[in-house]
Design a protein around this ligand. Structure first.
Ligand SMILES: C[S@@+](CC[C@H](N)C(=O)[O-])C[C@H]1O[C@@H](n2cnc3c(N)ncnc32)[C@H](O)[C@@H]1O
Length: 285
């Protein structure tokens, strides 16, 4: 993969991201989404395409780790891209019996497990061999995990404690140039947005950052993250204003909800095309 169409190289600095987009990426994303869209789940098309782009255009070293698979929508999207570009198996971590009000309505079986649907969906998509499924809590997996990670996709427990545990447990394995992405960072959950602001945007170890729909993403740049300080700070100023609205176990209603939405509307979060994505990673600040 990453074999054609070089993008504009910025000055003479070393870029820790793949600066090349595979020429067939657009078709690959179309094909992957045509399969993933049939899987029940919580991912928008723009988010799925973004995930696929990130997976296809990062340095090849390191695993793609997904925390929170549910019935496999994002898993299938990532696995289809991995299958095409030979990126290795997607590491999926989910106990498949997690209880939350959000998930309750989507359960289809009496035992409240999503595992049977998950494996069936992988099989229908033809990607069973491209997923290494761990039926476990992320915290338990983090204790023994010791492999490098190039894409850390966090879509599990959205409480502050849950998101923080996931970030702390796995982000230390990110390779330079790797990406962390949180789902539902612009929805009404306390964890993802707070961890993104406090641990990513305020850290000089991270570089280019942004939102795509409700995904918050950032590239790990331990050597030159400082160069992106002003870009991170600009994003942090708008995103941090969401944090006081959100508390675990307390839903937003009425005027507070309207205020939250008004603040959220100021956070830039449009879809990113593959070429925009590569340019973002390549810019100097
Ligand atoms: C929002 S769903 C994931 C949606 C999925 N990524 C998709 O594309 O449809 C959240 C999932 O996270 C799982 N989960 C919750 N807490 C977890 C934890 N501590 N470790 C791993 N998975 C967890 C739940 O079982 C649930 O399946």
């Amino acid at each position: 993969m990453c074999s054609a169409e070089p993008l504009s190289a910025p000055s003479n600095r070393r870029i820790d991201a793949c600066a090349i987009i595979p020429p067939d990426l657009s078709n690959v994303l179309d094909d992957a989404w045509s399969v993933a869209r049939r899987v029940p789940g919580f991912l928008l098309e723009g988010e799925a395409r973004f995930l696929g782009t990130v997976a296809a255009c990062l340095p090849k070293a390191g695993a793609i780790v997904e925390i929170g698979s549910f019935k496999g929508k994002s898993t299938v999207m990532l696995a289809k891209v991995a299958q095409h570009y030979d990126l290795g198996r997607i590491i999926s971590i989910d106990p498949h019996n997690f209880n939350s009000a959000e998930l309750e309505n989507h359960k289809s079986t009496a035992d409240a497990s999503t595992y049977a649907d998950f494996t069936q969906n992988l099989q229908s998509a033809g990607v069973s061999d491209w997923v290494e499924a761990h039926r476990a809590l992320s915290g338990d997996m983090a204790r023994t995990w010791n492999a490098p990670i190039r894409l850390l996709w966090i879509d599990g427990d959205h409480s502050y404690r849950g998101a923080k545990l996931d970030f702390d447990g796995f982000s230390r394995h990110l390779v330079p140039g790797g990406v962390v992405a949180f789902h539902d960072a612009l929805h009404e959950f306390a964890g993802p947005i707070r961890v993104f602001v406090e641990d990513v945007l305020r850290s000089s170890k991270f570089g280019p950052s942004g939102f795509v729909h409700s995904i918050a993403w950032s590239q790990f740049r331990p050597d030159d993250g400082e160069r992106f300080a002003s870009q991170r700070a600009a994003l942090e100023r708008t995103a941090a204003r969401l944090i006081p609205f959100l508390h675990d176990e307390r839903e937003l209603h009425g005027l507070r909800k309207l205020r939250f939405k008004a603040v959220r509307s100021r956070v830039p979060r449009s879809a990113i095309s593959p070429s925009d994505w590569a340019s973002l990673l390549n810019r100097s600040e």
